[in-house]
Design a protein around this ligand. Structure first.
Ligand code: GUN
Length: 281
């Protein structure tokens, strides 16, 4: 059977490291503070935001919570971001996505100063990653790199195939694997002969957004399989983009859902917040 990559355990380890770092920073008079903004009351977003605030409390990061009504205008939201940009006590600003349709998501992302862009979504953060400069990195792909490294999986020289080209996962994932000297291919909905391409992968990252789409026909024997998807199946149980029971017997390592990539996103957000506070001083 394959190595099960335990995201719950690895994220807990990262959070412990951060908790110690935050305590040490406090002794030096440096505090860490994240502003979390949610517009509207999407239930999934409320769960994510709640988990982020819980993680802050555990690590010793102050969280400022802004729960704004659905009718909030773009101007009001931009004004709040402007205020938080200027506040010396705030290190990170997170606007939970998706936003209501009447608000331009790109304008909101651009409004956050890159120094406080702990989500790593600002064009400057993405550009910096692209050309190998310092900047915040999108949390889910950054978490996947940590999962691989902390599980003893080498990336250098490996064939890495990503399924999905989103700005939040697919594209930054490609850049991060490239930075680790992987040989990287991005596939997407228009890719021809998808299975042939994914079967080349030593490391396969599935971020397609379709429950259990990736069966063993897509996977080379002995590959490492990373599942970014999170869905509810017909029995209301969580499942990923990968058909775990079908794929697990043929791969060398695999992330489960839940307990794989999911917990890493928050751990890396916390990491970015701590980094932001440390850099400011
Ligand atoms: N919505 C889904 N994932 C994310 C994330 O990582 N950050 C933010 N801000 N919103 C999200």
């Amino acid at each position: 059977m394959p190595q099960i990559i335990n995201g719950k355990e690895i994220s807990a380890q990262i959070k412990e490291e951060l908790k110690e770092k935050v305590a040490a920073m406090k002794k030096e008079g440096i505090s860490v503070c994240l502003a979390v903004i949610q517009v509207g009351d999407d239930p999934a977003s409320a769960v994510y935001v709640g988990n982020k605030k819980k993680a802050c409390a555990y690590i010793g990061i102050t969280s400022l919570s802004y729960e704004l009504p659905e009718e909030t205008t773009q101007e009001e939201l931009l004004a709040l971001i402007g205020e938080l940009n200027g506040r010396k006590d705030v290190n990170g600003i997170l606007v939970q996505l998706p936003l209501p349709e009447h608000i331009d998501e790109d304008a909101v992302i651009r409004a956050i100063v890159p120094e406080k862009d702990v989500d790593g979504f600002h064009p400057q953060s993405v550009g910096a990653l692209c050309i190998g400069q310092e900047g915040y990195v999108s949390c889910t792909p950054a978490g996947i790199i940590q999962l691989l490294k902390r599980s003893g999986i080498e990336i250098e020289g490996k064939e890495c195939v990503i399924i999905g080209r989103s700005n939040i996962v697919g594209k930054p994932m490609a850049l991060l694997l490239l930075r680790e000297n992987g040989t990287v291919t991005i596939t997407h909905s228009r890719t021809k002969n998808l299975k042939e391409v994914t079967k080349r992968a030593d490391i396969l990252v599935a971020a397609v957004g379709k429950p259990k789409m990736i069966t063993r026909e897509y996977v080379k024997e002995g590959a490492v399989v990373i599942d970014v998807g999170i869905h509810r199946n017909e029995n209301n149980k969580l499942c990923g983009d990968v058909d775990y029971d079908d794929v697990a017997p043929v791969c060398s390592a695999i992330t489960p859902v839940p307990g794989g990539v999911g917990p890493m996103t928050i751990a890396m957000l916390m990491h970015n917040c701590v980094e932001s506070a440390a850099l400011r001083h």
